[in-house]
Design a protein around this ligand. Structure first.
Ligand SMILES: *Cc1c(COP(=O)(O)O)cnc(C)c1O
Length: 437
């Protein structure tokens, strides 16, 4: 399988090359080239374990690549925790519990896959590679967990001070060793700008090996197909019906991966995208031209995105036909007031305590039911509610227990260093800080 940019079909790269490159040279995102071979998920068997499904589905995507042989081991490691589909207390409604990984959010799966790939692409005598990651909360911790104590890697996290939940902040600073966490005196866009400045600093990059792990990475994008395809296949085998998904969305990583799995024949029903109050996608869905803009802060902070970085992949999935896309993908925008109301209601109606992101999904599902749609749907539960304890507990009126892996992280001491929005300071840190593994 080869990969080319969303903006051209020249310059074919292998999976590993595209993963290393990150962004294509023309500014587009890497997508698989289906002109020679289109993977077919229709005849895949529902496998015993999700790691086996992952290996089976991703095999064609890595065919001919130097990582192909390692694929089973990479998948086994990345999918080492359970991802159950559980029934909610409302007919034909489920939640896909994606939050049982080390940092209690779904990004653990893809970050683990990416780290497994990158570690195997490294030679022992390569210089230490620094992964720089700007995060609005969940990505940084997932990437840190995936690279923690991996020889040859150092992770530098930049997060906006006071804009992440206290437990997100704690988990970002709790790793230590080869992970450096900086709490930046600014917003997420400032963090992202600092990271981009470092990545485009050619002089700096001559002096050190610098990479990133952001949401457009092919190594993070493709593995996100797996849990949707796996559960849709198992559901179809059991019930003879397609399972639809409601997907809380920000940068459009896992939603586009789900749509890709559907395009390749996985028995997935409709995909509904839920956003928070950030209006970019809902305005587009309503017929306006796409317009990226600065993000606004909401209770579902991991979805505070004003210019989704995977939007080009969403268009590519529909052969750049925006009207076809508008027709086939429903977008529901959910504001903070509705999020709060759903967090309060969900335990009684659905039998589930949910995080603010998952709450946007349940609201979107309710709006869908209101139109008379009674097909089976699963809401992607993207984070465990305990990660947003101060919001959720104050609404539901009792404490929530964190899952074991996340509780262990919270029990460790945590330290993040303050940093002003000052590129020279970041540059000095990148050049001069040593870490232990
Ligand atoms: C990242 C994240 C999302 C949004 O996922 P995208 O792939 O960026 O659309 C939703 N919920 C949680 C908890 C997240 O961490």
């Amino acid at each position: 399988m080869k990969y080319h940019s969303t903006r051209t079909n020249r310059d074919s790269l292998s999976f590993s090359q595209a993963l290393r490159a990150g962004l294509a040279t023309d500014g587009g995102l890497y997508v698989p080239d289906f002109s020679e071979q289109m993977p077919d998920f229709r005849h895949q068997q529902a496998q015993a374990t999700i790691a086996q499904t992952a290996t089976q589905l991703l095999a064609t995507f890595l065919a001919g690549d130097r990582l192909a042989e390692s694929l089973p081991a990479i998948c086994t490691q990345a999918l080492s925790f359970p991802i159950p589909l559980t029934a909610l207390h409302v007919k034909d409604s489920y939640q896909l519990e994606l939050f049982h990984g080390p940092t209690a959010a779904f990004k653990d799966v893809a970050a683990g896959f990416l780290a497994g790939c990158m570690a195997r692409l490294r030679s022992n005598d390569d210089p230490t590679e620094t992964i720089i990651v700007a995060t609005s909360g969940d990505t940084g911790a997932a990437v840190a967990a995936a690279f923690h104590r991996r020889p040859g890697f150092r992770v530098v996290i930049l997060y906006p001070d006071d804009r992440v939940s206290p437990r997100q902040a704690h988990s970002l600073g709790a790793f230590g060793d080869n992970i450096l966490a900086f709490r930046v005196n600014g917003n997420f866009d400032d963090c992202q700008r600092l990271a981009k400045q470092a990545l485009s600093d050619t002089q700096l990059r001559e002096q050190m090996s610098l990479g990133t792990a952001n949401s457009i990475s092919l190594g993070r994008w493709l593995p996100q197909m797996v849990y949707y395809a796996h559960h849709a296949m198992a559901f179809y085998a059991q019930h003879g019906k397609r399972l639809g998904f409601v997907i809380p969305s920000g940068n459009l990583g896992h939603s586009t991966a789900c749509l890709l799995a559907k395009k390749l024949g996985a028995p997935i029903g409709d995909a509904v995208l839920a956003t928070n109050a950030n209006p970019t996608l809902s305005e587009f869905a309503g017929g306006a031209a796409y317009r990226g803009r600065p993000s606004i802060a909401t209770l579902a902070n991991a979805m505070d995105v004003g210019d989704p970085s995977n939007f080009e992949r969403l268009r590519w999935l529909f052969d750049n036909d925006e009207n076809a896309l508008r027709k086939q993908v429903r977008i529901e925008r959910v504001d903070d007031q509705d999020i709060r109301a759903m967090i309060a209601r969900a335990p009684h109606i659905y039998g589930a305590v949910v995080c603010p992101h998952t709450a946007t999904g349940l609201i979107a599902l309710e709006r869908l039911r209101f139109t008379g749609n009674d097909a089976p749907f699963a809401v992607a539960a993207t984070a465990h509610p305990s990660k947003f304890a101060e919001t959720v507990e104050s609404i539901i009126g009792h404490t929530i227990t964190a899952p074991d892996a996340f509780a262990a992280l919270l029990a460790k001491p945590s330290q993040a260093e303050p940093m002003d929005v000052d590129y020279q300071h970041l540059r000095d840190q990148l050049l001069n800080r040593t870490v232990s593994v």
